[in-house]
Design a protein around this ligand. Structure first.
Ligand code: CU
Length: 159
């Protein structure tokens, strides 16, 4: 409980519980094609205080780390902030959960359990449904091919 002074000062007494209120959505894992897997999800914080994702554990791997991607490279980070009244998005091409040396290789249809640990909030246990290796979650913006998510014939070759 490090009270370093409320700069906004607007929530004094507004509600007693001004801690982070986290919820997780959109979690999935693309089916691993090696003994390495990646997890993606969004952590939403509806509370008035920021939190921080500090580590992730999973029964499937003893080496779970959190990575951020910068261009073509990725690197391990100590944590990710979950801003107050904001969200932390781990998505393809960006930050992700990395599971190295999988004890077994899950296939599409499986569920992989991970536990997210935070600086302030209690750990959150999440089940990641395993999707096809090329799965990309639907965006809010409707793009090409309407709804047909069966084929892998993506036409996005330009970058
Ligand atoms: Cu990585």
């Amino acid at each position: 409980m490090a009270l370093t002074g409320c700069s906004s000062g607007s929530d004094d007494g507004a509600d007693g519980a001004s801690g982070p209120e986290l919820s997780v959505s959109g979690a999935f894992m693309p089916q691993p094609v090696s003994d390495m897997g990646a997890g993606f999800l969004t952590v939403r914080n509806d509370g008035g205080a920021a939190d921080r994702l500090t580590s992730v554990t999973s029964p499937l791997s003893d080496e779970v780390t959190i990575h951020e991607s910068k261009g073509q490279t990725m690197r391990k980070v100590d944590g990710f902030d979950v801003p107050a009244d904001g969200e932390l998005a781990l998505e393809r091409g960006g930050s992700h959960i990395m599971l190295d040396r999988l004890k077994q290789r899950p296939v599409k249809g499986d569920k992989v359990t991970v536990e997210l640990r935070f600086e302030k909030s209690d750990p959150i246990r999440v089940e990641l449904p395993v999707m096809e290796p090329t799965y990309v979650p639907p965006k809010s913006k409707p793009s090409q091919d309407d709804g047909g998510s069966t084929g892998t014939g993506s036409t996005t070759s330009h970058h």
